[in-house]
Design a protein around this ligand. Sequence first.
Ligand SMILES: [Zn+2]
Length: 412
Amino acid sequence: MSASDIFRKVAQRIDGFRDAMVDLQVKLCAIPAIAPSSGGEGEAKKAEFLEAFLKENGFADVTLIKAPDLDAPSGYRPNLLAYFRGQSSAKTIWVMSHTDIVPAGELSLWRGDPFKAWVEKGRVYGRGVEDNQQALVASLFAVKAFAAEGLIPAYDVGVALVADEETGSKFGIDYVLHQANPFRPDDLIMVPDAGNEHGTLIEVAEKSILWLKFKTLGKQAHGSTPEKGVNSFKAASFLVTKLEGLYRRFPVRDRLFDPPISTFEPTKKEPNVPNINTIPGEDIFYMDSRILPKYKVEDVEKKVRALADQVEARFGVKIGVEVMQKAPAAPPTSAKAPVVLALKKAVKQVYRREGKAAGIGGGTVAALFRHAGFPAAVWAKLDETAHQPNEYCIIDNMVGDAKVFAHVFLQK
Ligand SMILES: [Zn+2]
């Protein structure tokens, strides 16, 4: 049988699983796996259900890795690893998805019970159906198709169903990487937890995040006698315009990213005085920066401090700069990494579109792989309804993504 005949057989089998995939979505939705820190009891029950599913559906070496968490009623957070053996064990082709979900949020905004998934016009609705059950279900049925057809993938396939992605991954992939690391340097690692509506975005890099709080202290006075005070708001406003200079100081463009530059934007502003006729003595505003990985975050911080010093000297204020969040970017996955090339081929075959490696401004869970030295790629075909009321998964996307994974599993 030619390679394309084999793929056709697997793809047909996946089409035949359509109803079963929807059925698994509905069952998973009925077992809400919300982090204890978000008011839930963790993922233990969902993982127990999935462990049974894996064992009944042809997976081998199913392992449950328990990350201890005393806040969870079970005392742990479950991470499941399972394999489907290929013709060669020289490397493993991984699909990582997460079992945890975010809370439903305001229930009145939902058109149905978020934990009783329902189907409407080719979509499954429910909390977690897109984030991240679409990928989870797709990966399991991609493997099941091989088992059902009696076909062997080129290399070992691994599925990692991890906990705690929504609240930092400490009990999830971070724990797995540091306690049980099953990953090897040549493995291909797919993280189908973000993407775009066409399935063309292959996320390989991210910017560093730096959130700063600026607290400017002057001296309060009556609005009619500004010379008796020091106007903190005026000084802070001057600083805001000075910070615009960061764009010129850190000007590198990298077309891997959209936008291709580092960004430095003043965002939140706290109220100062409640009345018009008072010179404000205290002012607080914030800045959100997304910095290209080629720059050191510390260099941006130094430059910011220097600008604040200039404003202090000119206006006679004191400016405190506090870091609210600092997340240096992981080393990017190369746009030519095997996992990226494999995904491009598969996307072309299944969705008839050109995949494009790109960087994004926010952090993804793949950063944990990249920090650990594994070139992971984030990809899925999504409508990006994650965390919203009436979250849905387009059933065609779930079936199509399963075919993309299957295509990657077949690549030599
Ligand atoms: Zn997610």
